[in-house]
Design a protein around this ligand. Structure first.
Ligand code: SAJ
Length: 431
């Protein structure tokens, strides 16, 4: 192992390394904290001045990170935040935890990764470790980041002077059983020494690091994980459509199948696929394969089925109103829950948004209730959660259950509502 690798390894072992984390969101902030709790000096870098100020004032803005956890780290000087990426020149390692959304065209938007790589390239130096965590298509680390790092410092060699890895994030916001510390962390390096240095840093703070043979393999691991979910959710959504045609209760069928103690994994139909991971990550993979003239058929089919679910449920509402001689147009429809899944406040990619747009386009009078989302100013919507749920239920011609927050008393909902369409099967039979 060469001298720069030894140098970084020694600093990590002696807790004398300075670690930067770019992107202080639901991935970066917990990572910065576990590195600081492991004894390292950590500098969080974020464009958002408010996040920087809140962190430096020991005020957490992430639901599952208590401010008390920040306080000792900040007051003891082991964790601080800044908007100034010039600090990178003094850092021994940097983890990139920035968003990887889709463009309006449906193509990957890796602009945040590119911006981070450009900043790092200005300050990359001998004895520096760079780890990309953001979910992205196989090849990003070596085809996008590595060339940028070499652009500005041709004399520096990867695996000799600086070390480059990919390690996918596996943070599930709100989860307390599997956290940043105890969730196994996959990691691939551009060279064996890159992997050795990356593993040393992450193993100093995280229980288990799982090495793989390359950064591309590590990038693909994450996409398999989330494609697995998207495809299986697409499958059960199609099971719902098939059971409809067969006059069967899909939830009964799925519950019974789930009694199989092996060889089956339960997923449930719903209003569609929300969140900033599952609907998006697989499309990074199918995009990459298209550039290689290959069609990722399962991904594209699952995406087609999942994105069609809002239309299915709007048709359900239309049919139920029709059965009582009402049109969608002019009907008061109460949407229960607009977050993308239960017990979270995130509305990104939430199918509730599509459902509301579709119903409004048919002339429905929409109101919603969501204890986690007091106001909904998103994708052209400008709504506020109703205050009095009981009266809203009684007034609505149809109540559409979209997000099954634990908050709800479903017996009360059933007693108060005049009509229910239940995308989550919390009430049992859909009325
Ligand atoms: N959904 C269904 N049916 C299901 C499961 C989910 O319709 O059986 C819907 C949800 O309502 C939601 C969307 O799919 O709209 C995504 O749900 P999710 O449970 O996959 O939740 P996410 O998006 O928070 O996924 C995260 C992911 N974590 C990371 O990427 C690190 C995912 O890999 C985790 O498996 C998942 O959390 C989890 O298990 O909670």
């Amino acid at each position: 192992m060469n001298k720069y690798a030894e140098q970084v390894l020694t600093k990590i072992k002696d807790r004398n390394a300075t670690i930067a984390v770019i992107g202080l969101g639901y991935v970066g902030l917990p990572l910065a904290i576990v590195f600081a709790e492991a004894g390292h000096r950590v500098i969080g870098i974020d464009l958002d001045v408010r996040k920087v100020e809140q962190l430096n004032n020991c005020a957490s803005y992430i639901e599952d990170i208590a401010s008390d956890r920040l306080r000792p780290l900040v007051t003891e000087g082991r964790l601080r935040a800044t908007t100034d990426s010039a600090v990178l020149q003094h850092c021994d390692a940097v983890s990139i935890c920035v968003p990887t959304p889709l463009r309006k065209t449906g193509d990957p938007d890796i602009s945040y990764i590119v911006n981070a790589a450009d900043e790092i390239a200005r300050y990359v130096h001998s004895g520096m470790l760079i780890v990309l965590e953001s979910t992205t298509y196989p090849g990003t680390t070596t085809e996008v980041i590595l060339p940028k790092l070499k652009e500005n410092s041709a004399k520096l060699e990867v695996g000799q002077d600086f070390f480059l890895c990919f390690s996918p994030e596996r943070v599930d916001p709100g989860r307390t059983d599997w956290t940043t510390i105890n969730t196994p962390k996959v990691m691939g390096g551009v060279t064996p020494d890159c992997l050795a240095v990356g593993r040393a840093l992450y193993q100093s703070a995280i229980k288990q690091v799982v090495p793989v043979s390359s950064t591309e393999a590590a990038e693909m691991v994450k996409l398999l994980e989330n494609t697995f979910r998207a495809v299986n959710i697409g499958l059960v959504n199609e099971v719902l459509l098939m059971c409809d045609k067969l006059g069967l209760d899909a939830w009964e069928v799925i519950e019974a199948a789930a009694t199989k103690p092996f060889g089956f994994m339960k997923f449930t139909p719903g209003p569609g696929l929300g969140g900033h991971c599952i609907p998006i990550d697989p499309l990074y993979l199918s995009w990459k394969l298209r550039t290689l003239n290959y069609t990722a058929r399962f991904i594209e089919l699952a995406s087609e089925v999942n994105t069609a679910m809002p239309h299915y449920w709007v048709q359900k509402v239309q049919d139920c109103l029709n059965d009582v001689g009402k049109a969608v147009k002019g009907s008061r429809i109460l949407v229960l829950g607009v977050a993308y899944k239960k017990d979270v406040s995130d509305v990104r990619e939430s199918p509730a948004i599509d459902i509301i747009h579709l119903l409004q386009a048919k002339g429905a009078l929409i109101s919603y209730h969501d204890p986690y989302v007091p106001e909904l100013h998103y994708e052209g919507l400008d709504l506020r959660s109703v205050k009095n749920l009981a009266s809203a239920l009684q007034v609505a011609d149809c109540t559409l259950i979209v997000t099954n927050h634990t908050h709800y008393d479903w017996r009360q909902v059933q007693d108060d509502a005049r009509m229910i369409v239940d995308t989550r099967h919390v009430i049992g039979e859909n009325d």
